[in-house]
Design a protein around this ligand. Sequence first.
Ligand SMILES: [Zn+2]
Length: 236
Amino acid sequence: MKITLLTGKTFDISEAFDFDIKIVQSSVSRKLTLRIDAKEHIPVLSIPKYCSQKRAVAFVNENMDWIVNSLGRLPQIKQFADGDSFLLFGQKVTIRHNADARRGVWLEDNILNVSGNQEFLHRRVRDYIKKRAADEFYKISADYAKRLGQKLSGVSIKDTKSRWGSCSVLHHINYSWRIALAPDYVIDYLMAHEVSHLKHPDHSPRFWACVADLYPDWKQGHDWLKKHGKSLYSYA
Ligand SMILES: [Zn+2]
């Protein structure tokens, strides 16, 4: 986010990060401090009266592990709600609750319309994402498998918290539905990773060469997942 400082200047570090961060300015403290707003599920950066954006970005980067770990430890309290905006299969969408419609959940341009009772909205959105993930992830994985000359027997969507994907000896791949909320290059990387395991059941140099062959931009997705993966758990 950006704020207008006491000095009248605008302060914006949102460009530097892939996640939301709230900034507040302290008129008394001379130090930069970070805390977690558990309710909003976002880090809050408090900056002193005089602070450059460069210094703030560096400070957040230095504390990235702490931020990711702290967010990961929070109970998953956040539910999908009317007005929420988030990435879905690489597209920024906004939820619109449309109580009287009788169409379930449907996407129109960037609006994710959800009908029915408010209390069921979260589950409806989650079920919609899981269902679409089964199709989208199968398509991407099947395409990669074909390029490798490997058989893919199927794709399942899971709610696992310990891993983003896994691959069985029977050539069946499981994905966490939450990966649908990651940037598209992360999705492409993860699928290339799991499909490469059909050929190489290890993390050998040959395995990584295979990943790079399927998806040359793999490093960006790999690093994002390592750095921000836990942020995908903000939704219950
Ligand atoms: Zn692996």
